[in-house]
Design a protein around this ligand. Sequence first.
Ligand code: FAD
Length: 396
Amino acid sequence: QKAEILVIGGGYGGATAAKYLRLFSNNTANVTLIEPNAAFISCPLSNLVVGGSRTLADITSPYDNLSKRHGVKIVQDSVSSIDPEKKTVKLASGKTLRYDKVILSPGSSLLMNSIEGLAQANKAGVTLQAWKAGPETVTLYKQLAAMRDGGIFAISIPEAPYRCPPGPYERACQVANYFKQYKPKSKVLILDANQDVVSKGALFKKVWAEQYPGMIEYLPKYNVTGVDAKTKTIKFEIQEDIKADVLNLLPAMSAGDIAVKTGLANANGRWVNVNFLNFESTAQKDIHVLGDSIQVAYAMPKSGHMANQHAKVAAAAIVAELSGWEINPSPVLTNTCYSFVNAKDVVHVASVHQYIAAEKTFKPVPGSGGLSPAPSTLEGVYAWGWAHNIWADTLG
Ligand code: FAD
């Protein structure tokens, strides 16, 4: 009987893994992808939707090719529990599926309780995160559009690690770009729990000073502890309260709920430790975890590009294991994250990570990678090229 491989989550990690399991096995592996959403909506580039220069349709792709071209079975559902002893997963619809291998790429979860009052404020529609691209992304844009000129947009950033290190700073640029055109008396406040800008710091700071003078205020070491939905007041560990008009508060994050619930989050109770040669969880055999949910090695960001790379290493290792092939992998992962600083100019950060067998971890290759010298429109073209390529690689 053929091995059953269940892929849970059809985002950057899971969709790539499903496709490459089929490709690497010469279309022989039984691969089922379980994902609640009918289409793939990209978080990369979603900040352009927040800033109003793009729509959700520009960053949405169908899942059809995975089934039609690659023979992945797609189940539109979500997994409510995994039983590693019985090797079964239970779906929200009530069905139970058996597995030999699970690939789990559920993204990251927002720890709503880490900010007092946040859950209630979200419920009241006063705060939202839009940290998973979709309807909230559009709502955030609408909140900006409805805001008075002279109002304040506040975005808060939790202590790293969190999904997409440069993402919040890119979002601040996109909101400021919108304000510059339509609400020039308004302000963007960046409330950062970190000591300094976590990614591309010098580049972002230069952009804020040159392109958005007086509009973006950056406040490091501002750790948000609470929010009052009625008065739209943000509370901090140390500093005085701040009021804002549009509140985009990002709480601390963890591995996706289903990973935590299954008992896999054995790194500080928040992230999943994996064996980097096949991305198998160190807590449970035959459950391989990818993407944002894992405890990353040295300087590996929680990015879509990285999740895509994890997926290929895991898929190759699983196909080899199930086929009885002897392989001696020495994986190398690459990453590039582009950030739009306005509607067309972009900066990037790139890195290369080599598996070091003696240390069982990935380390950046000395002298590799780097940063843009300055924002450019040409890099904007590259950024869209990157997006169309990775969407084709993941789903095409
Ligand atoms: P996801 O892509 O989020 O996929 C997780 C999937 O699992 C989802 O589709 C979800 O519906 C599904 N799922 C969750 N739980 C279950 C369950 N119980 N059952 C079934 N399915 C489930 N990365 C870059 O590389 N470049 C960028 O420019 C970039 N920009 C970003 C900008 C923003 C604003 C944000 C928020 C993120 C950005 N990222 C970027 C980061 C990137 O989106 C994530 O790192 C990436 O999506 C992680 O992939 P993943 O597979 O771990 O999770």
